[in-house]
Design a protein around this ligand. Structure first.
Ligand SMILES: Nc1ncnc2c1ncn2[C@@H]1O[C@H](COP(=O)(O)OP(=O)(O)OP(=O)(O)O)[C@@H](O)[C@H]1O
Ligand SMILES: [Mg+2]
Length: 266
């Protein structure tokens, strides 16, 4: 009996530890000009601690809306988001949101931007933390530079450094590389993966780019067009670094292209 109880307890503890985010039937309806716009339709999902999940779906389906609900900026019409077993009631400074094209603070240097959220640390700790992230994203030599002196890719790296520097509990990224050229974007994906592999934060990453999702994620959540439902959840069982010409990669990628009704032909 005691044995059964302890096994059950162990299972409960394990579940509590490994489930980071739990979405339970999230729906949202916006009202506009007296009519209702249904945007999310009963989204349910569990995200494990340290998992990298990509939310993929066509433009306008409700990806940003979903991320905003999980991050606590928006209330769902029905359903509930849970993080660490607690109902999400509002934004939490332990969780960082990197917005699409939000950009860094133009009036602060690279150091100033990375150090912005670190007011609780001592001067030495802060300097150490800034140096660590400057180095991690390869901005050595640009510590005193202002954002207008950086390239688009460098600004994005700065944004990623700033998000990680506050040692967040989890990260929400809404198409963070959408405005970059394809070569810079590839570099940024690599950079993000490298930092994620070192620090293992739970990441919810929104994109409408299938290749990006399959390159990055542990799992890809494929949404339908509006109102967004979960069409399929695809486990990307390929270790990093991923060979984007490997048969398994192409199989998973093409499976998603087919799922959303597009054959992958160039
Ligand atoms: N506050 C709001 N009030 C009314 N409608 C809204 C509001 N926010 C979003 N919508 C509508 O919800 C739908 C989904 O918007 P959302 O920004 O979540 O899409 P998305 O999937 O992120 O698109 P994209 O890939 O283009 O960024 C759109 O039709 C949009 O007009
Ligand atoms: Mg969006």
């Amino acid at each position: 009996m005691a044995h059964t109880l302890s096994a059950a307890t162990a299972r409960a503890v394990k579940t509590a530890i490994t489930t980071k985010v739990s979405l339970d039937g999230l729906s949202i309806v916006f009202r506009r000009d007296g009519s209702a716009v249904e945007v999310l339709d009963r989204i349910s999902l569990e995200v494990r601690e340290g998992e990298f999940v990509c939310i993929l779906g066509p433009s306008g389906c409700g990806k940003s809306t979903l991320l905003n609900i999980v991050a606590g900026f928006l209330q769902p019409s029905s359903g509930q988001a849970w993080i660490d077993g607690e109902a999400v009631r509002g934004p939490d400074p332990r969780r960082i949101f990197v917005f699409q094209e939000r950009g860094v603070f133009p009036w602060l240097t690279v150091e100033g931007n990375i150090g912005f959220g670190l007011f609780k640390l001592s001067r030495e700790e802060k300097a150490e933390r800034i140096a660590h992230y400057v180095q991690l994203v390869g901005l050595e030599g640009f510590e005193r530079a202002y954002p207008h002196e950086l390239s688009g890719g460098m600004k994005q790296r700065l944004e990623v450094a700033r998000a990680f520097a506050v040692n967040p509990d989890m990260l929400f990224l809404d198409e963070p590389f959408g405005s970059l050229d394809s070569i810079t974007r590839l570099g940024m994906r690599k950079e993000l993966l490298r930092i994620w592999e070192l620090e293992r934060k739970t990441i919810l990453f929104v994109t409408h780019d299938i290749e990006e999702a399959v390159q990055l994620a542990d799992r890809v959540v494929v949404l339908s067009s509006r109102p967004a439902r979960i069409r399929r959840i695809v486990e990307i069982d390929i270790p990093h670094p991923r060979d984007i010409s490997a048969p398994r990669y192409l199989e998973l990628r093409d499976g998603i292209f087919e799922e959303i009704g597009l054959a992958h032909q160039v």
